[in-house]
Design a protein around this ligand. Structure first.
Ligand code: FE2
Length: 262
């Protein structure tokens, strides 16, 4: 698992070496993949021509013998990146920080592989959220939030269709669950939330807060870190927050940058 950068993530060579944990035989799952795309339709706003072309390539790829799920995933990542430019770099940084923390948890190699796939793809479902919502400069309406809250479910289903391991899928599906049970999409509570998803939730929040969003300024690492500590036991797993709080934030960021080669 060598380091790579955000643009690399869109190159086939990188994704071939992506080493995502894969289970199942893709050709047998093509029908389900088509079904999923048909069921999802265009989402709340019509897909652009460019997105249609990219998704078409994913479909064609899924019909070829010797098809690799990574090829379809690459097409989806390209589609997201052509739609808006925040998600891929955010996912990369989220993975870097989550992996840095994971190295203190003595997870085995298989769990780290699942973490890598799940964290890098955790927002893949945002493909179906319109840019008018994703890039909205003002506060989101209740209707907007309903659309945003679909992305973990859509992302998890996509990864299932691409044949990723269940451990990677749950990272994507459950990264917006909250420790107190008030998150989404399943309202899981405490240790019912998979460990890797609880971990990515911390890294996801930290990275989102420390980077610009159309509706607010970026917070400093110290401010974001303090917010995470204040949410121990409500939003986040208190034991993981304890690990997060055990080192200066700049040390974590230095390790995270090393993970993703930046
Ligand atoms: Fe998300």
């Amino acid at each position: 698992m060598g380091p790579f950068s955000a643009p690399d993530l869109l190159n086939i060579e990188c994704v071939t070496g992506f080493d995502a944990p894969v289970s199942g035989d893709m050709p047998g799952e093509v029908r389900h993949y088509f079904h999923l795309l048909d069921e999802l339709g265009d989402g709340p706003q019509p897909l652009t021509h460019e997105l249609r072309v990219l998704l078409g390539r994913a479909r064609i790829g899924s019909c070829n013998s010797g098809y690799r799920p990574q090829e379809g995933i690459r097409c989806i990542l390209c589609a997201i990146h052509s739609k808006e430019r925040l998600t891929i770099p955010h996912s990369l940084r989220t993975y870097g920080l989550a992996h840095a923390i994971a190295q203190c948890l003595q997870l085995d190699a298989e769990a780290l592989r699942s973490l890598r796939a799940g964290a890098l793809l955790h927002d893949i479902g945002k493909l179906w959220i319109p840019n008018t919502v994703l890039l909205k400069p003002d506060g989101l309406t209740a209707f907007d939030w309903d659309q945003v809250k679909r992305h973990p479910d859509i992302g998890g289903r996509l990864l299932r269709e691409f044949g990723l391991s269940s451990e990677a899928i749950v990272v994507t599906r459950s990264h917006h669950e909250r420790f107190d049970g008030t998150g989404y999409p399943d309202g899981l509570r405490g240790s019912d939330i998979p460990l890797l998803a609880r971990l990515v939730a911390i890294a996801d929040c930290f990275d989102a807060m420390t980077n610009y969003r159309p509706y607010r300024k970026a917070f400093t690492p110290e401010e974001a870190s303090a917010h995470i500590l204040s949410c121990a036991g409500t939003v986040f797993d208190p034991q993981l927050v304890e690990v997060f709080a055990s080192r200066p934030i700049q040390d974590w960021l230095s390790d995270a940058a090393g993970v993703i080669g930046q």
